[in-house]
Design a protein around this ligand. Structure first.
Ligand SMILES: CC(C)(COP(=O)(O)OP(=O)(O)OC[C@H]1O[C@@H](n2cnc3c(N)ncnc32)[C@H](O)[C@@H]1OP(=O)(O)O)[C@@H](O)C(=O)NCCC(=O)NCCS
Length: 161
């Protein structure tokens, strides 16, 4: 039997366009208990210093990630992959792309929030050089939970994994 490839090499990473929003919302609502509303993704298209990229495979969006740059700090504000396409480096390819964006913007850090219960995401972030900075109490609402704020230092670390 043929082995499933570990890295999905045919994934194309590109910026979100308006026509993508229904599919991204479908994934967002299926994946998160507290999904972003449609307006949040529309804002991603318009606001300076914000952006969303999508991972497309055979003309279907299988993942997406959102970033924000403020005061020379990069923030990874959202990242998700269709459950059927996980553990194939789709999120890695999205993160690599966002690292390039925030480095180009002159950021020295990439920050994010994650639920302490989200072990899979925490392992993914640690694998990519993030460490816990502090706990932000009562950050999430549905369901209520603290957030771990994680950071990756970027200076002189463009390729550094
Ligand atoms: C976290 C997430 C984006 C990772 O996407 P992915 O495309 O599967 O990640 P990659 O294939 O690039 O990386 C996989 C690596 O991350 C880690 N990892 C990912 N999911 C994991 C899990 N459930 N348990 C343990 N490790 C996990 C492992 O190191 C894994 O490597 P391995 O497969 O060799 O063990 C995906 O699981 C997801 O969409 N989760 C739901 C949304 C979410 O929680 N987003 C983060 C909000 S802060």
């Amino acid at each position: 039997m043929e082995k499933t490839p570990r890295t999905e090499t045919n994934v194309r990473i590109r910026p979100l366009i308006t026509e993508d929003i229904p599919r991204v919302l479908e994934l967002e609502r299926a994946i998160f208990d507290d999904p972003w509303p449609e307006s949040a993704f529309i804002e991603q298209l318009d606001e300076d210093g914000w952006g969303t990229i999508v991972a497309e495979l055979d003309n279907t969006i299988v993942g997406y990630a959102c970033w924000m740059v403020a005061h020379l700090e990069g923030h990874l504000t959202n990242i998700a992959v269709d459950p059927q396409y996980r553990r194939k480096s789709v999120a890695k390819q999205l993160l690599d792309n966002i690292l390039k964006v925030v480095l180009r913007a002159g950021c020295e850090y990439l920050l994010l929030e994650v639920r302490p219960s989200n072990r899979g995401a925490i392992v993914f972030y640690e694998q990519h050089g993030f460490s816990v900075l502090y706990k932000r109490p009562n950050y999430y609402r549905r369901p209520p939970e603290d957030a771990l704020v994680m950071v990756r230092h970027l200076a002189n670390k463009e390729t550094g994994e």
